[in-house]
Design a protein around this ligand. Structure first.
Ligand code: DTR
Length: 340
């Protein structure tokens, strides 16, 4: 009797060991593996949000999903991101929509100078705009997040204090931000962010127009000793997933991804807003960067130059059959709603 009990106990113990030792391996062998491509270097904000998403997904799916991240354009670069994800080169990809202005007309309307005050507000506005219009260009992918940068400001090697200082100045910018620079009389030079490092070093550009966290993350503060505060326009980003990879996911995993969409978008906005503050503290205290705040009269003159941009966007969007005026009034209402 005692011997039988011992056998049973040994049996239970062995089973426990087998379950304990083998189940996790078996589970990880079966884990869905997803490749996530990103274009800029690992320390920059699009990749920080990517790592946060990976951590949350792996935690919330209890190991059912393993995400392999590829920062720095090692799997897909910015301009090939959407097509690369549609083709399945990566399961997931993150890109800046400003690099393909004609392809993302609706979502790029957020880059017009409409007064988005922060990345947190911008990210919520962009997400709601996407949800309402579900633009055709996203028909072949699953959208996992949408977020924006903080408002753009001028980082330059020379001081920019008035509109005349901008005349013909070569500054790196893309999409809507480039249109803003043109309206001010500067000379926007389009290129993806990672190429700006070399362009600045070689003197191809004299500065850039972007959110200010890049002063620290790309070390632009080492060459651009001047910042002019304009707080005008943002850059919109999207995170997309290959449709077949999405459809192959189990229902509970799909729910985790869906539940994360707005949360991840807002998390990124908040991270960006805080990181801009940190980066500017660092730039001022360790890199002796000087900040120009425009006088109200000067700022009014700058804003006046931007007046035609939205009307121009409306005219062009209408030729594409879009409900252009409605999109702009929705954007204005959303900015108001999330700014409160
Ligand atoms: N300059 C914009 C947006 C942007 C802002 N910070 C980063 C960091 C890494 C890549 C891009 C950006 C742009 O090029 O899209």
């Amino acid at each position: 009797m005692k011997r039988n009990l011992a056998f049973v106990l040994v049996g239970i113990f062995s089973l426990a060991v087998v379950i304990g030792l083998w189940t996790p391996q078996a589970a990880s062998a079966q884990a869905v593996k997803l490749k996530y491509a990103n274009f800029p270097p690992a320390p920059t904000f699009p990749c920080v949000q990517m790592e946060r998403w990976k951590t949350e997904v792996e935690k919330r799916t209890a190991g059912k999903v393993a995400v392999q991240t590829f920062p720095g354009g090692t799997l897909l670069d910015a301009k090939n991101m959407l097509d690369g994800v549609i083709a399945g080169t990566a399961d997931i990809g993150c890109t800046s929509m400003a690099y393909q202005p004609g392809r993302f007309i609706v979502t790029n309307a957020t880059a017009l100078p409409l007064g988005i005050p922060s990345a947190k507000v911008g990210s919520r506005v962009l997400w709601d705009l996407y949800e309402k219009y579900k633009p055709q260009e996203f028909a072949d992918v699953k959208v996992l997040a949408m977020f924006t940068t903080a408002p753009n400001n001028i980082m330059s090697k020379v001081a920019v204090k008035k509109l005349e200082d901008l005349k013909g100045l070569d500054l790196r910018a893309s999409g809507g931000a480039a249109e803003v620079l043109s309206a001010w009389g500067a000379n926007p030079v389009g290129m993806p962010m990672p190429e700006t490092v070399e362009a600045l070093q070689k003197g191809v550009v004299k500065g850039l127009f972007s959110s200010l966290e890049v002063m620290k993350d790309f070390k632009f503060a080492e060459t651009c000793k001047h910042v002019t505060m304009t707080d005008t326009s943002i850059y919109p980003f999207t995170v997309i997933m290959n449709m077949k990879s999405w459809e192959a996911l189990p229902a509970d995993v799909k729910k985790v991804f869906d539940d994360l969409r707005v949360e991840q978008s807002e998390w990124t906005g908040v991270y960006m807003d805080n990181h801009v503050k940190e980066a500017m503290e660092w730039s001022k205290t360790t890199q002796q960067v000087a900040v120009v705040n425009l006088s109200p009269a000067e700022k009014a003159a700058w804003n006046a130059q931007l007046q035609p941009l939205t009307a121009k966007w409306i005219t062009e969007a209408k030729t594409k059959g879009l409900a252009a005026e409605q999109i702009i009034s929705d954007l204005q209402a959303l900015i108001k709603k999330y700014s409160q």
